[in-house]
Design a protein around this ligand. Sequence first.
Ligand code: AVJ
Length: 338
Amino acid sequence: MATHHLITTHRVANSVEATPTRTFTITNTLKLDAKAELDALSRGLLAPAASIPPKFFYDAIGSTLYNAIVLTPEYYPTRTEAAIFEMFRAEIASFIGTGKQIIDLGSGDSVKAEAWFPTLKPSSYAAIDISETAVREALARLAGNADAPTLAGLITDFSRVLDVTSVMSKEPSLFVYLGSSIGNFLPDEALWFLKQVRAHCSAEGSGLLIGVDAKKDAARLDAAYDDALGVTAAFNLNTLRHVNQLLGTDFDVRGWQHRGFYNAALGRIEMHLEACRDLVVRVRGSSRKFARGERIHTENSYKYSPEQFRSILVEAGFTEPRLWQDERKDFNVFYAKA
Ligand code: AVJ
């Protein structure tokens, strides 16, 4: 069982006596194994249309598999976003300004945010993610750099309520939400989430830098979420292992297969786990039958046109949204002022 409300301070040993010691604190308020979370998870599994929320992808194996997904040739979003940043970094930075606190929502390995440090010269950096191992490793790496900003970590689930005030200072904030993670929300939820981000922007000069995947032809989207190596399949199937661990279910991972495809009518990727044969799974006291071909919905990943997303930003209370895209217009990067 995980330890909750755990606050740990790490002191990274000095290799050279003259180097200042970088310390950081990681606060963990994640309660994925709390009663309410497990109740919701089992209700999702027992529902006629079964589902598991995407946050259950990200245990230690899942976060590592996600880092492998972004290396596959088919999965274009991460490298396209990085290319947009490389191409327009100075121009984007001129709209953001220097010396802000960076609040990195879904920070993962923090590699994307770190690339901004030399240009934006943040006063502090807060890594916020559901995966404690990811944040621990990321901050340990960043702490090795003597020029690193003040560092903090927060392990939390912001999929329903965003509260990151505990890692914020009074400085103007740059919220970053990269890699099109916003796509996991339904459009209405995305609007609500962005309103919550906006409400956190109390200091004058705050803003949001966000990466949003664009609509494009179905074949490329299908391939990006069903890669030839099967990394995305492993990432999706790993959820069953993770749920077995959390809930004590007895999913046989070999009885399931990955489905990932673009639903053009809804403008979203859907990921599902599909039963390879008739199956029975023990879910706490009850048993849940799955007929061959029946699916568990594990993820939506919405794709937005620039116009669609611009109006969501404005409706959430942000102003002057600026857009940058790659040449093929595969991916959108917005900066908007609070
Ligand atoms: C982390 C939500 C941005 O939706 O593209 C990657 C997750 N799922 N491959 C995405 C994911 C399958 C990813 N996000």
